[in-house]
Design a protein around this ligand. Sequence first.
Ligand code: PGA
Length: 250
Amino acid sequence: MQAPILAANWKMQLDIAESAALAKKIANELPRGNGTVILCPTVAAMPAVSLAVSGREDILLGAQDCHNQTKGTFTGATSPAVVAELGCTYVIVGHSERRQLFGETDEVVAAKVAAAVAQGLIPILCVGETADERKKGESETVVTRQLTTALASVPPEAPCIVAYEPLWAISHGAPHPATKAEVTPILKQITTLLEKRSATPVLYGGSVLPDNVQEFVTPDAFAGALIGGASLTVESFLGIVATARRTYAI
Ligand code: PGA
């Protein structure tokens, strides 16, 4: 994992043909350079996306979620073993939409992180507070609880990425950017909590755009970004990648 790490979370926004077409454009237009690029399409699109980026070993794949068991009677769920079989290196775990819309608790997230690690996948563990929690001054407490619970049973040497995504800054349609000053104290807190683990990159997520990525992704701030809305077009995603790479090269 080389910084900057730019991960595209396409959520449920693209069908299989659209995912493959966007992946192909990215594969054709992404200049070779420093850093890691990760594409996270809807899981059924993984074979088509994998084919679209074949030959670009610098573009890696991630799933958006997985179950905490390898096999079993879990209708509709995707096993971490299948995620690995699909060619994914990464899996997003504990995204706020999973926590809020699918009721995933810290304990469920912890079990998924452990299952992903046991499978040899690198979890991209998402943490972040709601607008309400932030208003009440609880940001640090919430993020600490989410992080310590999720990583409790993960060996310190297991590779892992953490993504700090304050829910109040996630776009849900219209961008809602945070400022560097607002997120820096939480980054410090996360960095302190991760001190005893082997190098764990911390990404920022929430309305990252080509013209604000340099606020967050710098060698003395976040190691990369998890990008939703702005990863859905080749222009904005590659604009983010280019800016982040330039900032990191300085
Ligand atoms: P956004 O989404 O970039 O559209 O705010 C980020 C995320 O939810 O991971």
